[in-house]
Design a protein around this ligand. Structure first.
Ligand code: BGC
Length: 805
């Protein structure tokens, strides 16, 4: 296939080929003018279009349906619904002339405080991968491409443009890559976006093993790789690695580097042509899809709003309920909390959508026939509550039948660009929970947040609903759940810890400047809680319904060929009085483990909708990979021979049916001989690898955090503060950036300010150049670097003062 495009490229001038491998401004890939191929528009993504009015990276975008963000979508555990959302997004994108939607994001939720968790699906790669695949199919079936991002190991915002994620190979293979792998193999995204960070020392944009060895050679990806915006590190190395297009267009910032690399032979013209051919292929794909689907789809925004509402309702997770929910039709509901009036429904950053409509809770409840009274309780922006506001909330709570208290994280708490420093709700929200619960023992707390919060208070309210960031129809979807119009069917796609300090990843989050060590290995989320016996406050997969479901006996059919494929069936009955859905989760436990393995791992799931009293047989297929671990010595997935338990349940700790199977193994002799499995582990071990264990897992000494200097193009604006000369440059850059931000935000969306300011502080100089569209040429960066003084090293992790003589 690529041959045809290679021939096509051979017929283009060298200039045209060079143009193809760089973006055209912020939001387009270059077309081929001489052949009348237009530029191709790319647009964020992922839970709605953020199509900018002009070639800027900020400001208000064109209105588009704002669907629930990925954490809410993931809580639906519903492939079909996620595909429907993808399809609606695809239609809006096609109607807007967009060729590729920049999403979905499938990075793993390694730590609950990571700033972009709202944009990602889960702490589990299997769940993330399958939901992402459904999303991709939905969008692409509408004739618009996707960009699976951010490849790879981009699990935090702090230092995200320069940080080195140090992770051992097995953990990489079993936790951080499979979501990408599943999405690539199952759904064939047109493009993949490489991440900003480094992984094991190499910038993802330069990483040949990642972008070609694993992505293309192992997984069969045949699309295009683009950089994250400003992620290109070394353009020549990137081309060799298989990073086809730098985004946004840098105005030729890297051209002198490419010329030098071509001249010294380290880069071949063929490396450029190969990437140019992939751009041509993308154009062809997009043109063929447009021809097939037409450029003018019927976009019914009302229908999309209804879909957003359905998705929001299905993404609500009923965490606790003493029977107060659903609300009875009679009686007055006291709605407390500014979020009921000014909803918190999406996260800030590159995914910020300008919604076509925005529902409010009081209106939605009133429309549903509920009698409502409201008091704001706190300031929506800060989350602070005055004593007068708390008194008003108390007074209202005292006189109503049920109090619905809307709390969560204000916008300034979570965004792309920075991580949270703790999981606390704002003080005002906490005070209100205590005050309102004390007044009314029928208090329902509703949470609007993109990622877990500390819930030490969880046993005080009568019910708790985790509503996540549910998009523009979040309020109506929530009202549907509160009133019982919709029977809640969401399940947590992440664990809610009792205390964030319990988590082994917490010790190394966000790490030291420029380095984060994944010493917890496989023990992220429920893999940690269930293996270590440290219960989460709410377990992975947990979520209540207004109905109840019973599991019958599980049955296994093992393929007779000696293959390791197993078909699991289990009858499920809705034993409640309402129609509803159960999410049947299938975990595998390696009983005779040859190597250390988590207690159990999710390997299948099905959501089944049942009328009251109805039953259905749920069937889940487990392939060989469901039982396998990654053997680093033989660099392949191996199945250890022996017993496996198949656990079917309603959460990772609520197992309702089990079955066992003995499978033949195929692990290498050396691994079989070693035979020290998870169950041999002495009690009380640390879940954070010590130096010796971590080095052994890495197969190399633990790298020392890279000292920032010798200053090079990757020095960040924040790091410049370590030297006197650096501070001079820093002041200058911050002043220019400050003015730039002010212009970009003029009259626009202030919500983007914290993320933009963080982006500047954390930007390496080379990214300032590539994002400046030619205003700050790379030679000027090189000049600055020379001025800063080559060869000085800063102590790490906290850079001290350096002499600048
Ligand atoms: C984000 C990407 C996004 C891109 C374009 C980057 O900062 O990391 O997810 O697609 O900007 O807005």
């Amino acid at each position: 296939m690529e041959e045809m495009q290679r021939e096509y490229v051979a017929g283009l001038s060298l200039d045209e080929r060079r143009r193809l491998i760089s973006g055209h401004g912020f939001w387009h890939l270059h077309g081929v003018a001489s052949r009348s191929v237009p530029h191709l528009m790319v647009t964020d993504g992922p839970h709605g279009l953020r199509q900018q009015a002009d070639d800027r990276n900020s400001g208000v975008s064109h209105p588009a349906t704002c669907f629930p963000t990925a954490s809410a979508l993931a809580a639906t555990w519903d492939r079909a619904l996620v595909a429907e959302v993808g399809a609606a997004l695809g239609r809006e994108a096609r109607g807007a002339g967009v060729g590729v939607v920049l999403g979905p994001g499938v990075n793993l939720k390694r730590h609950p405080a990571a700033g972009r968790n709202f944009e990602y699906f889960s702490e589990d790669p299997y769940l993330s991968g399958h939901l992402a695949a459904a999303f991709i199919r939905g969008v692409q079936d509408e004739g618009v491409g996707t960009s699976l991002k951010h490849f790879a190991v981009n699990n935090q915002e702090t230092f995200r443009l320069v940080v080195d994620a140090v992770v051992d190979e097995r953990t990489l293979r079993e936790l951080y890559l499979p979501a990408f792998e599943i999405a690539v193999r199952d759904a064939d995204p047109w493009t993949v976006m490489c991440a900003y960070n480094r992984c094991n020392g190499v910038y993802c944009s330069d990483d040949r093993r990642l972008l070609t060895g694993i992505l293309r050679d192992e997984w069969g990806f045949d699309g295009l790789v683009m950089s994250d915006w400003g992620a290109t590190n070394d353009r020549a190395a990137g081309l060799i690695a298989g990073m086809d297009v730098e985004m946004p267009g840098s105005g030729g910032a890297f051209d002198p580097d490419l010329d030098r690399a071509l001249a010294d032979g380290s880069l071949r013209q063929d490396d450029i042509d190969r990437s140019a051919a992939r751009v041509v292929r993308l154009h062809e794909r997009a043109a063929a899809a447009r021809a097939r689907h037409g450029a003018d789809p019927v976009v019914d925004l009302d229908t999309h709003h209804d879909l957003a509402r359905r998705a929001a309702a299905d993404g609500c997770v009923l965490l606790t309920n003493d029977g107060t929910l659903p609300l009875r039709p009679a009686g007055t509901v006291g709605v407390i909390g500014e979020f009921a009036r000014t909803p918190r429904y999406q996260g800030a950053g590159s995914s910020l959508v300008n919604p076509t409509r925005l529902d409010q809770l009081c209106g939605a409840l009133t429309t549903a026939g509920t009698s409502v009274e409201f008091t704001p309780g706190y300031d929506g922006a800060t989350g602070r509550a005055t004593s007068a506001q708390i008194a008003a909330a108390r007074e209202l709570a005292r006189r109503v039948d049920v109090a619905v208290l809307c709390v969560g994280l204000p916008e300034s708490y979570e965004s792309e660009g920075f991580d949270r420093t703790d999981l606390q709700l704002p003080s005002g929200h906490r005070a209100l929970i205590a005050a309102v619960c004390a007044e009314n023992d029928r208090t329902v707390v509703v949470l609007a947040n993109g990622a877990p919060v500390d819930m030490g208070w969880a046993d005080r309210p009568a019910a708790v609903v985790e509503a996540y960031l549910g998009g523009q129809a979040a309020a109506s979807g929530l009202a549907d759940v509160l009133t019982g119009r919709v029977n809640p069917a969401g399940r947590l796609a992440e664990s809610v810890p009792c205390d964030v300090a319990d988590l082994p990843s917490d010790v190394n989050f966000p790490g030291v400047p420029r380095q984060v060590e994944y010493r917890e290995g496989l023990y992220v989320g429920y893999r940690f809680h269930d293996t270590a016996g440290v219960p989460a406050r709410f377990a992975f997969g947990h979520g209540l319904s207004y109905s109840t479901f019973e599991y019958g006996d599980a049955r296994l059919d093992v393929a007779a060929t000696g293959d390791t494929s197993v078909t699991v069936s289990v009858p499920i009955t809705n034993t409640g009085r309402l129609a509803g859905a159960e999410v049947v989760q299938c975990y595998v436990r390696d009983v005779d483990a040859l190597v250390e393995r988590p207690d159990k791992e999710l390997k299948g799931f099905e959501k089944v909708w049942l009328d009251a009293g109805a039953s259905a047989e749920v069937v889940i297929e487990l392939d060989r990979r469901a039982f396998a671990f990654y053997d680093v010595s033989s660099a392949r997935w191996c199945v250890g021979g022996g017993g496996y338990e198949i656990l079917l349940g309603s959460s990772s700790v609520d197992i309702r049916a089990t079955a066992s199977v003995i499978l033949p193994g195929d692990a290498p002799e050396a691994v079989r001989g070693a035979g020290s499995g998870v169950h041999d582990r002495p009690g009380g071990r640390s879940w954070v690898a010590d130096d010796a264990t971590f080095a052994e897992r890495l197969g190399r000494p633990i790298p020392t955090p890279t000292p920032v200097p010798p200053f090079d193009r990757t020095v960040t604006v924040a790091e410049l503060g370590a030297t006197r000369r650096g501070r001079v440059v820093q002041r200058l850059l911050l002043a220019v950036a400050g003015r730039q931000i002010a212009t970009e935000l003029a009259g626009d969306d202030e919500r983007q300010r914290p993320m933009m300011e963080a982006a500047v502080r954390e930007a390496p100089l080379r990214s300032l150049s590539t994002m400046s569209g030619g205003m700050l040429p790379m030679w000027a960066v090189d000049l600055i670097v020379r001025f800063l003084g080559v060869g000085r090293s800063l102590p790490s992790p906290v850079p001290g003062e350096l002499a600048d003589s």
